[in-house]
Design a protein around this ligand. Sequence first.
Ligand code: GLV
Ligand code: MN
Ligand code: MN
Length: 413
Amino acid sequence: MSGNLPRIDGERLWRSLMEMAEIGPTANGGSGRVALTDLDRQGRDRFRGWCIDAGLDLRVDRCGDMIARRPGRNADAPIVVTGSHLDTQPLGGRFDGVYGVLAGLEVIRTLNDHGIETEAGLELVNWTDEEGVRFGGGCLASAAFAGRYTVEEVLARRDPDGLSFGDELQRIGYAGDAPCGGYPVAAYFEAHIEQGPVLETEGCQVGVVLGGQGQFNFMVTVRGEEGHAGTLPMTQRRDAFVGAARMAVALSELPGEVEPPPVITTGFVRVSPNSRNTVPGTTTFSINCRHPEAATLAELERRIRDLVAGIAETAVLDVAMEKTSEAPPVTFDGGCAAAVRDAAAALGIAHRDMVSGASHDAFNLARVVPTAMIFVPCERGISHNEAENAKPEDLAAGCDVLLRAMLSRAGVA
Ligand code: GLV
Ligand code: MN
Ligand code: MN
């Protein structure tokens, strides 16, 4: 079958990526469309227009996921889904997530151009808030789709300013009423830049992703006592920021004691009252910890709790740790991974199997639906960075693989 299938239009795909990057451009050439902001709304609006132009039926579910359907010949056949996310890190790149959404759109545009009908319907999804910048963890909407959280739990989440996910979704006009998940899906494929250096280093154009590492997130609040920066002797201080900083340094050293080593990041810090002449009374900071093995993650959580409590005790600080989210390691469906591998082989594309270091909505989908991912190289593996870059020909190759993998599951006449 795949021999007769058309190739996608790589120039059109690149153009669409660049047009999406016009929304929320950052000073150094990246993208900043944090979930549930006005810029997220603008990105969604542009995507909605493209879906309508492609003749898709668009619905929005209760978590704000935008789901565009291209019906198949057999309305009873479970559909084949692709997608990713249009939201970005505050100083993010132009490809993380956006590529997967617009590669799915390019697949549909190509099928439209060539009048190709599929047996099962196809769906293209823009998942809400993959990046997890504001609400304590990423991939929350796809987690609700997969039944890991209830919709109500997701909508009730609050950002550090106290704004709720549900209210922010209403505010940007994307609080839909379609149910979140709960219908049969034959397969889910997500295309994404690798966000690491392996494919580029090895000269491969496509990664067949077999699964990914798990993670947990904490928000830690350290409380000491405010005081005058000029008069309070150093020996009498209960400085919440210095305590939090000691914790962050100790956390960054912990991976050296574990084999294989985890990755641990403190990426969010808020100091109160955040005034140069006051000893900080409160500091809140995030902990993100990732590892490919569930048992090691459990052990790491215990060690991190002990480490934070120990430093707080020594420095006479109060500490509260809130676990805001967790996700176990994931193994994808062997059949879907084989569909990706076979498509790359049929196209003569250099490829290799690999495991994802970053998390993706596909990890949630994999709990309820046969799932696999397609990675393409990005320059020097750089991601979550305005400088993130990818080659048009690699993006096109991954998109061609996506088309073939989807059709292998949806069926063509
Ligand atoms: C996704 O961006 C992740 O945090 O891995
Ligand atoms: Mn992503
Ligand atoms: Mn990301």
